[in-house]
Write a new protein. Structure first.
Ligand code: PBG
Length: 344
């Protein structure tokens, strides 16, 4: 039976809330929202990953990462200069290795004249004040697309670590500031630290990809460095299971004990809980990688007009700060730095 009109009116009469707390008071104006804001994103939080290719004057679009390009070394230098002018503290390099140079052991990773080493030397010369980080892993160089040596379908741990140490020394010799092992082999951080120290590279830092998950969000990156088609099987015997959280704590503890100067959680947005746990537990410099698939998701939606790309970019990056990250590797670094500089 429908309610009588009078009963309905009586029930809907405004309730006297008697509130002493009104959280909206602090949100009433922009000046107030700024005053009470707990976390902010600044240019100091950014590391910019760049893709390197052979050639000169070459800027090649990456289909699955609209707005991101593969750059020849001379173009890398131009972008490094832009990064420095925008106040970005550090950049990082990933090579697209010519297919003819890929082999089962990733031997191009040990070539002192490979793309990464040339990019490091060129940027160090042109923009010495800019921090340079380089990835250590075999996947950009192997014909099978794995981060380590493959034998009878298995990834060999200790034999791979020996190569990663050599790769680190070559990058350190070229002038890199931060070695970032992204391979997830056991014991590689300790072995690399010993190798660097023995060779006199005591001040080269190690940022460990400590909690790196076997993620679907790396797809566009593998497209960018040309390993997607080549990859045999998956990386689940070395990258972490997305269902795990305690295991991330164990991985981070090991990497710190082995000598890591900072640690990274990767991917970013789907793993904000891991960033928070790591920061609370260890209180060491903690970084997040907003990976290629996260970038592609935002860009795809923005380019379809389904969301405001600029706002989604800033909001997603701020989320890392709120979760406890000290900084973020992001393909948005230059775009967001220029926006921050303009005071937006
Ligand atoms: C590989 C490596 C990957 C990324 C950085 N280093 C991909 C992978 O593990 O297959 C991914 C970065 C991104 O998706 O943006 N050593």
């Amino acid at each position: 039976r429908p309610l009588a009109v009078e009963t309905a009116q009586e029930a809907a009469r405004p309730v006297a809330l008697g509130l002493t707390q009104r959280p909206r008071r602090n949100r009433k104006a922009e000046w107030s929202r700024r005053l009470v804001r707990e976390h902010t994103l600044t240019v100091d939080d950014l590391i910019w990953p760049l893709f390197v290719i052979e050639g000169s004057g070459r800027r090649e679009p990456i289909a699955s990462m609209p707005g991101v390009e593969r750059l020849s070394v001379d173009e890398i230098v131009r972008d490094a200069e832009k990064a420095a002018r925008a106040g970005i503290p550090a950049i990082s390099f990933f090579p697209y290795t010519e297919p003819g140079l890929r082999d089962p052991t990733g031997s191009e990773s040990l070539n002192r004249e490979n793309l990464v080493c040339r990019a490091v030397r060129a940027v160090k010369k042109a923009v010495p004040e800019l921090g340079i980080m380089t990835d250590v892993a075999l996947d950009p160089y192997t014909s099978h697309g794995h981060d380590g040596l493959l034998e009878d379908g298995a990834i060999l741990n200790d034999e791979t670590v020996a190569l990663l140490v050599e790769q680190s020394l070559i990058q350190a010799e070229a002038g890199t500031d931060i070695i970032a092992p992204s391979d997830m082999m056991d014991g590689r951080v300790g072995a690399i630290r010993v190798g660097l120290d023995r060779a006199g590279f005591r001040d080269v830092q190690i940022m460990a990809y400590a909690a790196k998950y076997a993620s679907a969000f790396y797809g566009p990156f593998r497209d960018a460095i040309g390993t997607q088609a080549a990859l045999v099987g998956d990386k689940r015997t070395y990258q972490m299971d997305p269902g795990n959280s305690d295991e991330a704590i164990r991985e981070v503890a090991l990497d710190i004990a082995e000598g890591a100067d900072s640690v990274m959680v990767k991917p970013g947005l789907p793993y904000l809980d891991i960033i928070r746990r790591v920061k609370d537990e260890f209180a060491v410099p903690t970084f997040a990688y907003q990976v290629s698939g996260e970038y592609a998701m935002i860009e795809a939606a923005a380019r379809n007009g389904w969301l405001d790309g600029e706002r989604a970019m800033v909001e997603s990056l701020l989320a890392f700060k709120r979760a406890g990250a000290d900084g973020v590797l992001t393909y948005y670094a230059l775009r967001v730095a220029e926006r921050l500089r303009a005071g937006a």
